[in-house]
Design a protein around this ligand. Sequence first.
Ligand code: DON
Length: 350
Amino acid sequence: MKTRESRILESARHSLARGLVVAAVCSAVIGDVDARDSSMPSATELQEVVDEAHAKFKDLKDGKNADYIPILATIPSELFAVVIVTRDGEVYAAGDADYAFAIESVSKPFNASLVMQEQGPRAVYEKIGVEPTGLPFNSKIAIELHDERSVNPLVNAGAIASVSMVKAGTEEERWSKVHGNLNDFAGAELPLLDEVYESEYKTSWSNRAIANLLYNYGRLYAEPEESMRVYTKMCSVGVTTKQLATMGATLANGGVNPVTGKRVLDEEHVPELLALMMTAGFYDESGEWSYTAGLPAKTGVGGGIVAIVPGEMAIAAFSPRLNEAGNSVRALNAINHISSTLRLSVFDGR
Ligand code: DON
């Protein structure tokens, strides 16, 4: 049994550790913005590196389609696209860049952004949490292990909680705000893929357990089944790799969509969102991803990944075969290749 003092000390230690991680990531992110303006690769270099990444990994067959959502197992595994969109909205693409796939967990940081925009980053910190779990994206153990319960907005628990936090009087309004926000990031009307939604909602027993657990702990802020439905719809939105790269470029551009000019997130909150993506965007592979690519990013079991080069560009890639952690094998290799070729890591001060 912990004493009150030891709890306070433990909580202070956690807060300090959190503060240090966020401060380190933010300073790497912010410090690089000015330096990067002068080091932006040319249009030719960008198209070359995109083509090269596509050619280098197009024959890689490792991993397999997600199948716990039955329809994802039927998506052609050979699809592969790599796209860069710069903060000015320039597009460099290779492969199946106009194929619309299920956004799945790549939607999570964009919805966390909506909550930050509505209620401020402190609300995300207090009502969801900002710690990486070091566990799989759908972990129930993480909910029991952490006092925050939902842990962070990029795992399923925290993402369902962030959907429940969106201010709405009805389920329709909740969905409309969640969907509208994704559209604003993409600068396009993104479709709801009905077949994906049906397939996922019918088999969502694990997420249903998570939603109910959170509700039990007072860490879900709307009715569980409503939160689940809207969360599942959010994951079932269709996005092309070009649109996904534009969503990322909006964050690279300080929260303003470079194509439509619409501000989606206040510039001052972008570093907090990117810190979450750096520490938890690849789930239990976030350490390895930071160590290799060094970019804030988010993956999804639909096979999409988006990575942000703050102040410069976003790189998106898509291919359905996933590794054990649920991250697309070709997409992560392609983005990693581009990051190391162009030396894009936010930790690279050279
Ligand atoms: O809730 C789920 O399980 C899916 N809708 C999303 C999971 C996901 O994309 C994890 N990412 N790699």
